[in-house]
Design a protein around this ligand. Structure first.
Ligand code: BG6
Length: 302
């Protein structure tokens, strides 16, 4: 099959404010530019790499060292982790965070929204899963991953259950990691992965950063507020269908070890990941549907 070109997508999905072009690595990307927001997404990984609501600075962080190549994860934006989170539990040779972020997705629709935004739907079928990912670019960024399992007992194997993990692994641009606060996870117990995974009790205080941070907050449905006094803004992440929130900044040594992450970029980013992972794995039966969403908005603060 010949691969679709940006011109093919421009012909097929003709929506004012949306165009397709080749991005770095000759990957096809969609570019959104409407009065409500600018944005970008790639079919490689169904990866949202930019969102900037009108009258605000860009919200999503991208590494200048990111790979852009079919089959490789993009560093920044919103990688979609599925059907496992982190290293595969039984087979470390499998790619971290699953195969969804490195698969080429199909674009199934692009529609104007009433609020001057644009809604994109991308799909990926890989037995026993059918994934549908909707991204609404507007004054808010709304992302929704629907997971459907094949309606046959064989798909679920002898246990009859498919246990999945997933994450909307969102990277945010911040003024300075030393000065931000994250509120909303005060009462959640968590697994601290630094230096090795260990269980910790809730700390009853907002999160501040003074070193490598890699925490899996469990059994939490809470929204998060990222307060950034340097950029004078608060980013709010509301979620549904998610019981885990992961907070990550690699700090100095880990970013130096990652080839696709600039050595001096870590003070300008933080991840708040809307997820279901670890003890919050989702148990699906054949024919089940499960949905996880995140809605991100920005408010100016003094
Ligand atoms: C986070 C994990 O979600 O993703 C970290 O908690 C991991 O442990 C990070 O380092 C980045 O993962 P990757 O596979 O994109 O380098």
């Amino acid at each position: 099959m010949t691969e679709s070109t940006p011109a093919d997508f421009n012909n097929q999905f003709s929506v004012p404010g949306l165009r397709f072009e080749y991005g770095p690595g000759k990957l096809v990307r969609g570019v959104i530019d409407t009065p409500a927001a600018r944005g970008e997404f790639y079919l490689n990984g169904a990866h949202v790499t930019a969102w900037q609501p009108a009258e605000h600075q860009p919200v999503l962080w991208m590494s200048a060292a990111s790979n852009f190549a079919e089959g490789k994860p993009i560093r920044g934006g919103i990688p979609l982790c599925f059907p496992w989170f982190g290293p595969h539990a039984d087979d470390p040779s499998l790619p971290a965070h699953g195969w969804a972020r490195t698969s080429v997705w199909e674009l199934s629709s692009a529609q104007p929204l009433k609020n001057q935004g644009i809604s994109i739907v991308m799909t990926l079928t890989r037995s026993p899963y059918r994934l549908t990912y909707q991204v609404d670019f507007s004054s808010e960024l709304h992302v929704r991953l629907l997971v459907e399992t094949e309606d046959s007992a064989a798909a679920a194997g002898s246990s009859g259950i498919l246990a999945i993990e997933e994450a909307l692994h969102t990277y945010f641009t911040i003024g300075d990691i030393h000065q931000i606060l994250i509120e909303g996870l005060e009462s959640a117990d968590f697994i601290d992965k630094v230096p090795e995974p260990h269980a910790c009790n809730a700390v009853q205080a907002p999160i501040q950063f003074s070193g490598e941070t890699d925490r899996v907050y469990q059994n939490t449905k809470s929204s998060c507020r990222l307060i950034d006094p340097v950029m004078h803004r608060m980013i709010i992440v509301d979620k549904s269908g998610s019981d885990t929130t992961v907070v990550w900044n690699p700090w100095i040594a880990k970013s130096a070890r990652m080839a696709d992450f600039g050595d001096h970029e870590w003070p300008g980013m933080v991840c708040i990941e809307t997820a279901n992972a670890g003890i919050n794995k989702v148990q699906l039966k054949p024919g089940d549907r499960h949905e996880i969403t995140a809605t991100i908005r920005v408010q100016t603060i003094k």
